[in-house]
Design a protein around this ligand. Structure first.
Ligand code: FAD
Length: 319
């Protein structure tokens, strides 16, 4: 029997989807050996977040009410203490900016083997097998770890979220946070030139690439996004040109997205772009080039001029 401790993530009052994905992975790993899944909810609106995360597969939720926002020094201390209290064999954290902030520090302090950015995790009680991707997803590697305890950071959007109601016990964990060791404080947030849009949370993305030619033509895709109640995203050249802010970029050096619909308009489907959107449920491509690589992964393709197709779609959906 091997227990799992997973650490939920929230940002600015909202639980991140990866928290529910961690439950999916965590319960699979715990179930493989008949162990329990423990979930840590640290800071933020802990009661509301614990209620929301009381989903199938979670055995115990540990809440630690300490400040509103993520804080590296608090998380590192609390996760270490929870780890000691729960004594799991596997520690799961998100492979996010926050998760990568405290996860390696905790693993180092606890002398755990650390595997980052897993897209697959299996465990038989003694060997943990993690799948990881290299070269923007072109190569998959398998990492086997035989150790008493392993820490794994998981890539978001690689597992389905668990949402069915559960019956976990919710316990307040009395963490002894050493305030002298808390060296940083969150003073506030400033959006970097992109407003408050989070393309990773959108159900429908209208994504635009270099085929749009001119900045003024972006209004066309904005109109389509409005007609579909969708969010606008883009490939990298659009961001490099300064036509859209960085937080709209999909891909290897942008965001990884998993919407229900991803509509790629004038995007060729370079491997660095595909790395960010291949997990979309349905991919629609509009491209004049029938040999564009985007068609290798598209569910639906319209081989035509976007300046003809997009106005027709707007008319269809607005009408
Ligand atoms: P293009 O490759 O120029 O494609 C434009 C497409 O539009 C073509 O396929 C063309 O047929 C089509 N088209 C042209 N006119 C029309 C029309 N009238 N109607 C319909 N179709 C038309 N890219 C990303 O997107 N995200 C990343 O995160 C990213 N990270 C990178 C990281 C590194 C280290 C490197 C080296 C590159 C990265 N790139 C990234 C860049 C990537 O390699 C590609 O250059 C980029 O994705 C191409 O963007 P695009 O598809 O918009 O442009």
């Amino acid at each position: 029997m091997s227990d799992v401790l997973a650490v939920a993530e929230h940002r600015r009052g909202e639980l991140r989807d990866v928290s529910y994905e961690l439950v999916t992975v965590g319960s699979e790993v715990a179930d493989a050996t008949g162990g329990d899944l423990h979930l840590a909810v640290i800071s933020g609106d802990v009661d509301a977040h614990a209620d929301a995360l009381n989903v199938e597969g979670v055995d115990t939720i540990h809440t630690v009410d300490h400040g509103e926002e993520f804080n590296h020094d608090v998380y590192a201390q609390v996760v270490e203490q929870l780890y000691d209290a729960v004594d799991p064999q596997v520690l799961l954290t998100p492979n996010s900016v926050n998760g990568l902030d405290y996860g390696p520090a905790v693993a180092n302090a606890l002398d755990l083997t650390y595997v980052s950015d897993a897209v697959g995790v299996e465990f038989d009680g003694s060997t943990l097998t993690a799948t990881r991707e290299m070269y923007s997803g072109k190569v998959e590697t398998t990492t086997e770890v035989e150790a008493e305890s392993v820490a794994v950071s998981i890539r978001s959007a690689e597992w389905p979220a668990t949402e069915a109601a559960g019956d976990a016990g919710i316990e307040a964990f009395d963490a002894a946070v050493d305030e002298d060791a808390v060296k940083s404080t969150v003073k506030g947030f400033e959006e970097v030139g992109g407003g408050d849009v989070d393309i990773t949370e959108a159900d429908v993305l209208v994504s635009v690439g270099r085929g749009i030619e001119e900045e003024e033509n972006l209004d066309l895709v904005r109109d389509l996004a409005d007609a579909l109640d969708a969010t606008l995203s883009s490939s990298r050249p659009i961001v490099d040109n300064g036509w859209l802010p960085k937080n709209r970029q999909v891909g290897q050096s942008g965001k990884v997205v998993t919407p229900d619909f991803y509509i790629a308009i004038g995007i060729s489907g370079a491997v660095q772009h595909v790395a960010g959107m291949k997990g979309a449920e349905n991919i629609v491509a509009i491209n004049t080039d029938p040999n564009a690589p985007i068609y290798d992964i598209a569910d639906y393709g319209i081989v035509d001029d976007l300046f003809e197709v997009v106005p027709a779609l707007i008319e269809e959906f607005e009408g």
